[in-house]
Design a protein around this ligand. Structure first.
Ligand SMILES: NC(=O)c1ccc[n+]([C@@H]2O[C@H](COP(=O)([O-])OP(=O)(O)OC[C@H]3O[C@@H](n4cnc5c(N)ncnc54)[C@H](O)[C@@H]3O)[C@@H](O)[C@H]2O)c1
Length: 446
């Protein structure tokens, strides 16, 4: 690993949606980065410049930085521990069955780094310093555990600091979010660590919020849960709209101009999903419970979210009466556009419910069909939206991919057995569809 005139080398452990983007972007910012993953196949492919998932713009940066020698890949955490001064931990923190965050991946990596450094210090007699950074989303107090674990294994003679640098990128716009964030949050224990982060992010033009480690950990959970609450709030309002015949899109527009409220995350639909919100809300509820605070506000947000999925089935029944034996086309499988990620995608729950009702599912998604095939091998996957809607009696739009807005709906009407649409994202031109002759059902606007 070259160090050249750089202050230090950076290691990133976990080459997933956050780790790989972090590694690629840090290399683009001018650092030497070694990215590790214990998935050997993933690393082999990355060395051949084959990306493990779809993220716009990622492949170009990885290719460029890899060829320049600024970004390297390894399947060895030991190698990262030995060669890198700053080590970002970006492994998964999924939900356990009781909702709490499964921190075993973070623990395993911490143990691996500490053990590797013990052995390394035996061979190297010089002073060694390591800055261990939590990049994964973790509950508050995880930093303390990482520190204790490190101290227990006790690589003597090695100085280290623990820091929290939560990530706020969104899949689909991850590169831009990383390089042009609203803010960077960094929790540090001392001036030494703070100086390193000032250097790492010196080219990023955004405020850096320096805090203690616990506050940084909390900022991430508090932010994600706030955004989930905001979506659940507008979904609750959409229910009121449906009952009185108001239009949620107009209500949200009227609310959103108020700068205290803001337009973002004020979109009614089939509810939040993805790899972050569901698990982060569940983990925050659990953590609050453990420290003696019943977070009922978040529990209610979860309930509202569940209702939004059920609403799709209710609307389908209103349009088709019985769902048994009915052919239904699903446009959009990923949890949001511009990604092939289907983790906790609303499409999974909705397809499951439709299959239980006995419906026959045809589906199409520009990027996520290979991933969905692993969960539902027996539903039909189509080459395009037109093939998907053919002979179906209901079209349900679940992901707002741009290409769906550009579809020829006159043609779609001709292809379908009966012209019924549920627009789960309020994404389509309602008036146009109605004028073509569709029975249109949105969320909070009919
Ligand atoms: N995906 C997002 O949009 C997003 C955004 C912000 C924060 N986060 C948080 O970032 C963290 C990572 O999320 P992700 O979406 O990148 O997960 P991911 O599942 O895409 O990637 C995790 C990677 O870690 C690797 N890994 C696991 N154990 C390992 C070990 N012992 N050694 C080496 N590699 C190991 C896995 O093989 C995998 O490639 C989570 O805490 C998540 O909540 C995710």
């Amino acid at each position: 690993m070259k160090k050249g005139n750089k202050m230090f080398t950076i290691g990133v452990i976990g080459a997933g949606h956050v780790g790989l983007v972090t590694a690629a972007c840090l290399a683009k910012l001018g650092h030497y980065v070694l990215c590790a993953d214990n998935d050997e196949d993933k690393i082999k492919k990355l060395k051949k410049l084959v990306m493990p998932f779809y993220e716009p713009g990622l492949e170009e940066i990885v290719e460029h930085q890899y060829k320049k020698g600024n970004l390297l890949f390894t399947d060895s955490v030991k190698e990262v521990s030995e060669k890198c001064d700053v080590i970002f931990i970006a492994v998964g923190t999924p939900s356990t069955p009781d909702g709490s965050a499964d921190l075993s991946y973070v623990e395993n990596v911490t143990v691996e780094i500490a053990r590797a450094l013990c052995a390394f210090k035996e061979r190297k007699k010089e002073n060694i310093y390591r800055l261990i950074v939590e990049k994964s989303t973790v509950p508050v107090l995880t930093g303390q555990w990482v520190k204790k674990t490190f101290q227990l294994i006790g690589p003597t003679g090695i100085e280290f600091d623990i820091a929290a640098n939560p990530e706020f990128l969104r899949e689909g716009s991850a590169i831009k979010d990383f390089l042009e964030p609203d803010r960077v949050v960094v929790g540090v224990e001392n001036e030494r660590a703070r100086k390193i982060f000032e250097h790492i992010y010196s080219k990023i033009k955004a405020p850096i919020v320096f805090t203690d480690v616990k506050s940084a950990e909390l900022i991430k959970h508090a932010s994600n849960c706030f955004l989930a609450l905001k979506i659940s709030y507008i979904n609750a309002i959409s229910q009121i709209c449906e009952r009185v015949g108001a239009d949620i899109e107009k209500v949200a527009e009227g609310m959103g101009y108020d700068r205290r409220i803001g337009k973002d995350f004020l979109k009614a639909g089939i509810g939040w999903g993805g790899s972050c919100f569901p698990k982060d809300v569940a983990a925050f509820i659990k953590l609050a419970e453990e420290i003696g605070y019943p977070f009922n506000l978040l529990k209610e947000a979860q309930q509202i979210n569940k209702q939004q999925r059920l609403l799709v089935i209710k609307k389908a029944k209103e349009l088709l009466w019985n769902l048994k034996g009915k052919k239904i086309s699903i446009l959009g499988l990923s949890f949001k556009p511009n990604t092939d990620d289907i983790r906790e995608s609303p499409a999974i729950e909705i397809i499951e419910m439709l299959l239980k009702e006995g419906s026959l599912i045809k589906s199409y998604d520009p990027k996520a069909m290979d991933n969905m095939r692993r969960i539902f091998p027996d539903i039909e996957y189509c080459n395009d939206a037109y093939e998907c809607v053919k002979d179906t009696s209901l079209l349900i739009l679940l992901t707002e991919w741009e290409e769906f807005r550009k579809l020829d709906f006159e043609k779609i009407k001709r292809l379908m057995e009966s012209p019924n649409i549920i627009d789960g994202r309020n994404y389509l031109d309602k008036e146009k569809l109605k004028s073509i002759g569709f029975n249109y059902r949105g969320i909070g606007r009919n």
